[in-house]
Write a protein that binds this ligand. Structure first.
Ligand code: CTP
Ligand code: MG
Length: 234
């Protein structure tokens, strides 16, 4: 199997977390969240290289305080992010093109810098599906009943049995994700995850069931939850 390249979008401002330090640099059990996240891929034999994507103001901080400090040898280079997540991933894909990527079937994984608790033992299964059908994301069945709401009024209650929460990593063969981003740019389509860009083109995307530990550290209470989850495993 071709080894994978990983893009790690970590260029957000952490508005919902608040505070003066961006959430990806907050420490959990004495190590920055982004360093935990990078370790998941650094240590996996099926991952060849990693491109962290951070705010342009943070590039030297990230290089010194994360990459050099923890010695991540698979980090190819750090990419400057964009105004929203999709623009950040786009910059990552452009960097791959610049670095001469030309294997159409190469698996490209995209994983939020703010998800330090992904169980990397799932990577081989994820990569196998990407190899077979082209696109696969990690997700979990929704626990809560989800309402479609407009102006505080419920306009729909989709059947919970069909609802899943999308997580990352999300992985795609290089040609598929490139084409999906090009089409989205051409149409001005913006979404909060990468799979949406393929779905709208009718490309099949499989879901591999993950676990509820793989939270995206988003609001202050997530720090407590993540600390507790790390406490049991490190
Ligand atoms: N992200 C990014 N570039 C952006 C915005 C987000 O690379 N312009 C990254 C974040 O750093 C994070 C991931 O995308 O790792 C998921 O985004 P989210 O959890 O929404 O993080 P933030 O955008 O930083 O948080 P908020 O929405 O609360 O401001
Ligand atoms: Mg955001």
């Amino acid at each position: 199997m071709i080894k994978a390249t990983v893009l790690i979008p970590a260029a957000g401002t952490g508005r919902r977390m608040g505070g003066s330090v961006r959430k990806q640099y907050l420490e959990l059990c004495g190590k920055p969240i982004l360093a935990h996240t990078l370790t998941l891929f650094e240590d996996h034999p099926l991952i060849e290289n990693i491109y962290p994507i951070v705010s342009s103001d943070d590039i030297s901080y990230c290089q010194e305080q994360i990459i050099d400090r923890y010695g991540f040898s698979k980090v190819q280079r750090i990419i400057a992010g964009g105004a929203d997540r999709q623009a950040s991933v786009r910059n990552g894909l452009d960097a791959l093109a610049k670095d001469g990527f030309n294997q159409p079937q190469r698996p490209i994984l995209i994983h939020d810098g703010a998800r330090p608790l992904f169980d990397s033992q799932r990577l081989s299964a994820l990569l196998e599906i990407i190899d077979k059908i082209g696109a696969c994301i990690i997700g979990v069945p929704a626990k809560d009943t989800i309402k479609d709401v407009e102006n505080n009024k419920i306009i729909g209650s989709p059947d919970r049995n069909r609802l899943w929460q999308a997580q990352t990593p999300q992985g795609f063969q290089y040609q598929l994700i490139r084409n999906a981003f090009d089409q989205a740019d051409a149409d001005g389509f913006v979404a909060t995850d990468d799979a949406s860009l393929l779905e709208r083109l009718g490309c099949p995307v499989q879901v591999l069931e993950g676990d509820y530990r793989n939270i995206k550290v988003t609001t202050p209470e997530d720090i407590l939850i993540a600390e507790a989850l790390f406490g049991g495993s490190t």
